[in-house]
Design a protein around this ligand. Structure first.
Ligand SMILES: [Zn+2]
Ligand SMILES: [Zn+2]
Length: 430
């Protein structure tokens, strides 16, 4: 009986994992340019961390979390996103006492029990950034610039950054009230979800996917028209920097982001290749979250990108191929042990070696070698073994050098010998 994988949980096979590794490496390179350091937090957290931070009227907390009771009766949850865990770790280890500003990044799997669809899995990977300890407009702009540079490095097809401000504790309550009153007046036209959430989370009206709700809220008030003077100045300053740096963004006044903790700067990235679910990721400012989770009054801003979605929206030739072996050793007859011995020496010296199993014909060895893509095949048959010298087949120039390379060479000497063979003019071939 075969045991299939769990719905929404995918394997990343070698063809695709090349792209994943490449994405991770590009991300690490860009993060280093911005002086970010990596943080690794656990996959499992106490359930209350997410109910308190993400908000209990969100889709994630209402119906998408993988929560389970541990053997001691406590409720644990597979993390549905990264920010809550990172803020929890930040508070738990009092990082604000070590560094006034923490610039962090993370990579890893997240878990949400959504309906699986293209680019949306139940276990999905995210690359994220969190900057804690600054609330000035310059850092918001810098985070968006970092996002922009990362999308360019990843060669994402036609990425677009959408930007909004969600106000703050001074101006959002009045806006919420205005939006709630607006929704209340159209209650009959709203979907059940929105009717239910109207009292506690009216902002969700704006990102409801139902067409009735979209029609009913087309002329709803937007936060941008209700910003207080400091929020307006902050938002204008962020936009001024982006303008000056030549980073185009699109204002998206209806963007509210899914989670309760965002304030002021909020942004999303959309790109080609994803169909209707075209968001690659997003983020924003979350100034109250550290305090909500028991820490000091520390502001924060961050974003996360979905790796599966990045893979779908990357240029096709972006990641390249995995490195081929430099040499392929084909042992014939009784030469297997000597071949392994030489392969081990050369590998320790930094040469990428594919070693074929013994007991095959030369013809089938050459088929394997062709597939492996190594430029040189080193053949070790009985004659070669007796002479302690390998026959080299140059796969590019299609010529053989009989017993031309000493079996006991060091890795460096092997490389030099192969380079010298490649230089030989055709008429000197053995
Ligand atoms: Zn709705
Ligand atoms: Zn405000």
């Amino acid at each position: 009986m075969k045991i299939p994988s769990v719905k929404g949980f995918h394997d990343v096979l070698p063809d695709e994992s090349v792209r994943w590794s490449w994405i991770e490496q590009q991300a690490r390179d860009v993060f280093a340019l911005y002086n970010l350091v990596e943080i690794r937090v656990p996959i499992v957290e106490r359930t209350e961390l997410f109910t308190r931070s993400i908000g209990d009227t969100t889709d994630i907390v209402e119906k998408e979390m993988y929560s389970f009771e541990d053997r001691d009766g406590s409720s644990l949850t597979l993390r549905p996103e990264g920010t809550a865990s990172i803020v929890r770790a930040y508070v738990e280890h009092a990082l604000q006492q070590r560094e006034p500003v923490s610039k962090l990044f993370y990579l890893g799997p997240m878990f949400r029990r959504e309906r699986p669809q293209k680019g949306r899995l139940r276990q999905f990977a995210q690359i994220g950034v969190e900057v804690l300890g600054r609330d000035d407009a310059a850092i918001d702009a810098e985070v968006v610039l970092l996002l922009h540079d990362l999308l360019a490095a990843l060669r994402i097809r036609n990425p677009r950054i959408e930007l909004n401000s969600l106000g703050d504790a001074a101006c959002r309550p009045a806006y919420r009230e205005a939006l709630r009153a607006f929704g209340e007046a159209r209650r009959a036209q709203l979907c059940e979800n929105c009717q239910r959430r109207l009292e506690r989370n009216p902002l969700r009206l704006l990102d409801c996917k139902s067409s009735e709700c979209r029609a009913a809220t087309a002329d709803a008030p937007v936060m941008l028209d209700h910003l207080c003077a400091p929020c307006r100045a902050h938002f204008d300053a962020v936009r001024a920097v982006l303008d000056r740096e030549g980073v185009a963004v699109r204002l998206e006044p209806r963007m509210v982001r899914g989670l309760d903790y965002y304030c002021r700067t909020a942004f999303e990235v959309v790109a080609e290749g994803l169909g209707s679910q075209n968001a690659v990721g997003g983020g924003g400012r979350y100034d109250g979250l550290v305090k909500d989770l028991g820490g000091g009054n520390v502001p924060g801003i961050g974003f996360a990108l979905g790796v599966e979605r990045l893979v779908l929206s990357m240029a096709d030739d972006a990641a390249g191929r995995p490195l081929a072996p430099e040499i392929f050793i084909a042992p014939l007859g009784a030469a297997e042990q000597e071949a392994l011995h030489a392969a081990h020496r050369w590998r320790r010296g930094g040469v990428r070696v594919e070693l074929a199993p013994g007991g095959k014909s030369l013809k089938s060895q050459m088929r394997l070698a062709d597939k492996a893509g190594a430029p040189y095949v080193l053949i070790l048959g009985e004659d070669e073994l007796a002479a302690k010298a390998l026959t080299v087949r140059d796969m590019v120039a299609k010529r053989d050098f009989t017993r031309a390379v000493d079996l006991t060479l060091s890795a460096d000497a092997l490389r030099a010998a192969l380079a010298q063979l490649a230089q030989q003019p055709m008429e000197q071939r053995a």
